[in-house]
Design a protein around this ligand. Structure first.
Ligand code: HEC
Length: 375
């Protein structure tokens, strides 16, 4: 029993070290972008609208009304979550390509690929605080495995029983970034169960969590965060509620590779205060995936991934439950701020009484605009 745990831990450590070793070359451009050259381009083609200071040209001199999503390039909180590819998509193809204003022209025929990389590098210099984790490290969200990047998003995630009594559970998860490295999370589960042809619904155990990024490095493509959560016993014990307050600490390590392949680990414990009501347990999750995007990585993003999910009660003689879940996330809106994901979670060990479940979610990154804007 202890040996199984030890082996699993060693496997996670081994994977983590190999991924770090492999990533030494990550996110290196074929040619280092030249911000100085970018400044010249900016002064020629962008300054009339975006201003010398990156906040925007004097509104008396520009002819257009600024949209709500108008970028102030000095605002690190707004610019750092944007990956370079999102900016590049707009500069190459114009605002409407990502559902933004038509006032932002396209520069496809005026600037070369290298010149666009240079001007992006120059716009990055307007944010002078280097402590913010960069949006490139905001990997596609898996259905179960929690990632390390701090988010501004709402996720509606539902799991449906594949067999047995009809029932499903929906989580409404609100995540909000605070400061450079913090994030608050509130997760409200809602359970729907059909017994004797009548639907019943109940609230489950609510999670309140705080995530803190401990380390992030754009060059190596790595990010590491710790989260502490508390689950007051808001749910009914008859429907799987713990019946006692539970603490949930975990660590997340994500690694992005140059090929747009990535791996995410999450490892933690559920620690109920009253272990007579609910046992302590450990979990360790891995999500391995690849993001594919047409149009030189500027178009719609498809992210096939597979999650390996292990949980184990911390009681003598308990077995480790392993599940495997292939899934597909895709950006639904043009702006890529609304994404959907569908997967099937299948138990592979200790399968008695555990049936496959179909999962899906809708995710809305609300910092990028209203749900219905940008389609
Ligand atoms: C005619 C005015 C105009 C010019 C010239 C212009 N822009 Fe813009 N740009 C805009 C407007 C307006 C927006 C805001 C679009 C929105 O939010 O709907 C914008 C948005 C952007 C964005 C933000 C996209 C995002 O994800 O928030 C970037 C990056 C950008 N412009 C870069 C540039 C660069 C680089 C140049 C020069 C090569 C340039 N712009 C020239 C008007 C202009």
């Amino acid at each position: 029993m202890r040996r199984g745990l030890f082996l699993a831990l060693s496997a996670v450590m081994l994977l983590a070290t190999t991924s770090l070793a492999l990533s030494a070359q990550t996110l290196v451009y074929t040619r280092k972008p030249d911000a100085k050259n970018g400044k010249t381009i900016y002064e020629g083609g962008c300054i009339a609208c975006h201003g010398a200071d990156g906040k925007g040209a004097d509104e008396k001199l520009t002819e257009f009304k600024r949209p709500d999503t108008w970028p102030d390039f000095t605002r690190c909180d707004q610019t750092t979550p944007e990956p370079n590819s999102a900016w590049k998509a707009v500069i190459v193809n114009g605002g409407p390509y990502l559902g933004f204003s038509t006032i932002m022209p396209r520069f496809r025929d005026l600037l070369s690929n290298d010149q666009i990389d240079d001007v992006v590098a120059y716009i990055r210099t307007f944010c002078t605080n280097q402590h913010w984790p960069r949006g490139e490290l905001n990997l596609p969200r898996a259905i179960v495995t929690e990632k390390a990047f701090p988010e501004d998003e709402v996720v509606w995630s539902t799991g449906v029983n594949g067999s047995g009594a009809p029932g499903f559970e929906t989580h409404v998860i609100h995540e909000q970034a605070f400061g450079t490295k913090g994030q608050l999370e509130v997760d409200v589960p809602w359970q729907f169960q059909n017994s004797n042809h009548a639907w019943d619904n109940h609230i489950g155990d609510i999670t309140l969590g705080w995530k803190q990024v401990m380390y992030s490095n754009l060059h190596s493509g790595s990010i590491f965060a710790l989260q502490g959560g508390i689950l007051p016993p808001t749910g009914s014990t008859r429907l799987g509620g713990a019946g006692t307050t539970t603490f949930e600490p975990f660590a997340s390590v994500d690694q992005l590779f140059k090929t747009n392949t990535w791996i995410q680990f999450q490892m933690g414990a559920d620690l109920p205060v009253d272990t007579k009501k609910s046992p302590q347990s450990l979990f360790w999750y891995t999500a391995l995936g690849q993001t594919l995007s047409p149009d030189n990585r500027l178009g719609r993003q498809w992210s096939p991934m597979v999650e390996f999910l292990a949980t184990r009660d911390l009681v003598d003689g308990a077995k480790t439950d392993w599940d495997i879940m292939p899934e597909m996330q895709v950006t639904a809106s043009k702006r890529q701020h609304v994404r959907v994901n569908v997967g099937v979670r299948t138990p592979v060990t200790d399968t008695a009484g555990r049936s496959p479940q179909v999962y899906f979610y809708v995710l809305w990154d609300w910092a990028e605009g209203h749900f219905w804007n940008g389609w």
